[in-house]
Design a protein around this ligand. Sequence first.
Ligand code: PLP
Ligand code: COI
Length: 342
Amino acid sequence: MDIDWSTLGFHYTETDYIVRASFHGHWINGELVGEWSAPYATRNKMIPVHAAATGLQYGQQVFEGLKVFRGVDGKVRVFRWKDNALRMQASAVGLKMAPVPVELFEQAMRLVIAKNKRFIPPYETGATLYLRPILFGSMHRIAVGPGHDFEFVIVASPIGPYYPGKFHCTSFIVNRRVDRSALFGTGAFKAGGNYGSSFRATEVAHLAGYDCLFLDSKFHRYIDECSAANFIGIKGNEYLTPRSTAILPSITNKSLMMLAKKEGLKVTRRKIRLEELADMQEAAACGTACVISPIDKVYDPDHEITYNFGAEPGPILTKLYHDLQDIQYGRVRDTHHWCTII
Ligand code: PLP
Ligand code: COI
């Protein structure tokens, strides 16, 4: 196998197997009743899908993303997979799809890791094996409404850091013309449609040399999300992160909040006005892919204001980044029981 682990980016690399399972059911009095097949591994990455499937037509599709780490001790760890399984269930219910049972998620996850174990990158290369569980509606249906058959797939791929340069600063630009999600829309679910609908904004941002900062869709006043990641700000001794009905409940953010408390920081989740950036000493995007990506500046083109945080990552977010990575790579005791050793 000829993979240069240390130069891998956040891109798909062909692996040996995917794992699949199918659900067949019926809607009875508003309740979806049916059965899941056992998960199975296959080398065939192509999935024949009916042209009128609800996943293709009506956006019945949700996904997840989690990482498998090779630790300092050579052991293989999966970080908080159960949280991903539960979030995928919430997303499925949100889009009127069959939730994948936690036991099935676990079996499929263990199988896909076992079948692709030669793709788990060595320790200290900065790369991990990324798992992408996907759930979509496979039943043909022309009438507008949810289907009753679904396909669950886990794709695995070794990946490098989301932002090149490991712990590297990112700049964000505000966009008030494209919303990622409506206030009571699907923003809290990991639905593929949320990503497709934000491509217009991310493209504009990328062309200008930034990533996109999304504000709340009603007032365009409060910070929602940093591209496909949660926002964190440090104001004095306080860890601030937005409370919003439109953002994805990030497992990384949830973990960082606990680590921040342990470091003696006050952790606050509340609505955060964009102008409050001026009072923060540090800011970052956080998520599975980037872990923490410090923000060097946020540009608001409508008011021609730039909020600067400096070109170097700040000390508090740097500490939290290392605290989390130390747990993920088995360098410290996992007192929270976040890692499952495979
Ligand atoms: N927000 C969005 C829109 C995301 O896609 C992700 C990634 O999954 C996150 C936040 C971060 O969530 P997590 O830390 O669970 O990966
Ligand atoms: C993350 O895992 O942090 C993400 O932002 C997910 C994205 C790559 C789809």
